[in-house]
Design a protein around this ligand. Structure first.
Ligand code: NAP
Ligand code: MG
Length: 402
């Protein structure tokens, strides 16, 4: 069988720890035997980020802007322990934060549904997609430790040098402060991304913030969404038979738990981070969730929603067997290959992505799965496979369909 040819390179962002191990296995077993892969490779592994003073992260984001589609492996966001572990020059920022700040846009995360893995919220019949704003707020914040008594203020200086001040707090002793921002332009594109996606998949859109407490910050999000909806989308939503509604974040959480699913839940950056982990765990596993960053200029970055699975990696380093779920990382590849196929008019590439996804789901539904799923499945007589054998089982299933 001849390999599928590509015309435009895919931006490939390699990563860290256990997911880096899976990355190579996925390429070797599920991609390279079938596709003449054209990729522009960026090594976002922590050691290489440190070597390049994090330049490689920026370069990979600019390459994504250039080519339009990227696939990213999970990466370590350094903390103090990682600085010691990797002997880092600096505590480099979150690569996802850097990439999102450059690409802007919205991250859509949806659970991968398979028979035999039932959501622990019994009334959820359909997937709930989280639309996470990917710019600003606490991910682009400046923070300060206040050593002792004194006054902290927010100061805005306009282009003519006029100052506007807002008191944060008068400190009597030590404390902490944080200054964060967002941009009307970014919130507008977040809103349009969500409305377009809702129309695309014909599902209602929910949006929630804490505007009763955050009367300027969160309220601006609420207002921008409503203005754009009324001016540009109301009629289209009516015609599609879907709705947009806004509510408070705590009310939204309560309603989500009681819902049947089957809608998009738009969240600010931090809420989306937290809620997507909650949803993916409730739907089955962190490793059963797709994630794609859609930017306003139409670029797509696909990744897994989980991290680098550090605990499994340390076992792997000790030569012990691991059973790490590669589904989300496989779906990052299929998402990117399908989009590349669509953009370049290569239907074989998109078809291949569909088949690989089907083979992955069929493998699990036939009772072959990794430990995280074996522990929660309602299926009887399942076979728990190690990381590598699971990927090999998918390859077998895939080859049978090709
Ligand atoms: P994590 O890698 O998502 O893993 C947390 C736990 O969830 C694991 O210990 C494992 O549980 C389970 N898990 C996650 N993915 C799994 C998979 N594919 N298969 C099986 N089990 C899975 O989060 P973390 O341990 O908090 O973070 C590790 C590193 O990842 C950190 O350095 C963090 O900065 C980074 N991170 C990166 C991204 C990203 O690049 N998108 C996102 C989040 C975190 P058991 O150990 O119980 O089996
Ligand atoms: Mg997270």
């Amino acid at each position: 069988m001849s390999k599928i040819q590509m015309t435009t390179p895919l931006v490939e962002m390699d990563g860290d720890e256990m997911t880096r191990i899976l990355w190579q296995m996925i390429k070797d077993e599920l991609i390279l035997p079938f596709i003449d892969l054209k990729s522009e490779y960026y090594d976002l592994g922590l050691a290489h980020r440190d070597e390049t003073d994090d330049k490689v992260t920026f370069d990979s984001a600019y390459a994504t802007k250039k080519y339009g589609v990227a696939v990213k492996c999970a990466t370590i966001t350094p903390n103090a322990a990682r600085v010691t572990e990797y002997n880092l020059k600096e505590m480099w920022k979150s690569p996802n934060g850097t990439i999102r700040a450059i690409l802007d846009g919205t991250v859509f995360r949806a659970p991968i549904i398979v028979k035999g893995i039932e959501p622990c919220v019994k009334n959820w019949e359909s997937p709930i997609t989280i639309a996470r704003h990917a710019y600003g707020d606490v991910y682009k914040a400046s923070e300060m430790k206040i050593p002792g008594a004194g006054k902290a203020e927010l100061v805005y200086t306009d282009e003519n040098g006029n100052e506007t001040r807002e008191l944060i707090h008068t400190f009597n002793g030590p404390g902490i402060i944080q200054g964060m921002h967002n941009l009307n332009g970014s919130i507008e594109s977040f809103a349009r991304c969500c409305f377009n996606y809702a129309l695309d998949i014909k599902q209602s859109l929910w949006f929630a913030t804490k505007d009763t407490i955050s009367k300027k910050y969160d309220h601006t999000f609420k207002d921008i969404f409503q203005e754009i909806f009324d001016a540009e989308y109301k009629e289209k939503f009516d015609a599609a038979g879907i709705e947009y509604f806004y509510t408070l974040i705590d009310d939204a959480v309560a309603r989500v738990m009681k819902s049947k699913g089957g809608f998009i839940w738009a969240c600010k950056n931090y809420d989306g981070d937290v809620m997507s982990d909650m949803l993916s765990s409730a739907f089955g596993s962190l490793a059963m969730m797709t994630s794609v960053l859609v930017s306003p200029d139409g670029t797509y970055e696909y990744e897994a929603a989980h991290g680098t699975v550090q605990r499994h990696y340390y076992k792997h380093l000790k030569g012990e067997e691991t059973s790490t779920n590669s589904v989300a990382t496989i779906f990052a590849w299929t998402g990117a290959l399908r989009k590349r196929g669509e953009l370049d008019g290569i239907s074989e590439l998109s078809d291949f992505a569909d088949k690989l996804e089907k083979a992955t789901i069929a493998t699990i539904e036939s009772g072959k799965m990794t430990k995280d799923l074996a522990l929660i499945t309602t299926m009887k007589d399942v076979t728990t496979l190690n990381s590598e054998d699971f990927i090999k089982a998918i390859r077998k299933e895939l080859e049978a369909t090709l």
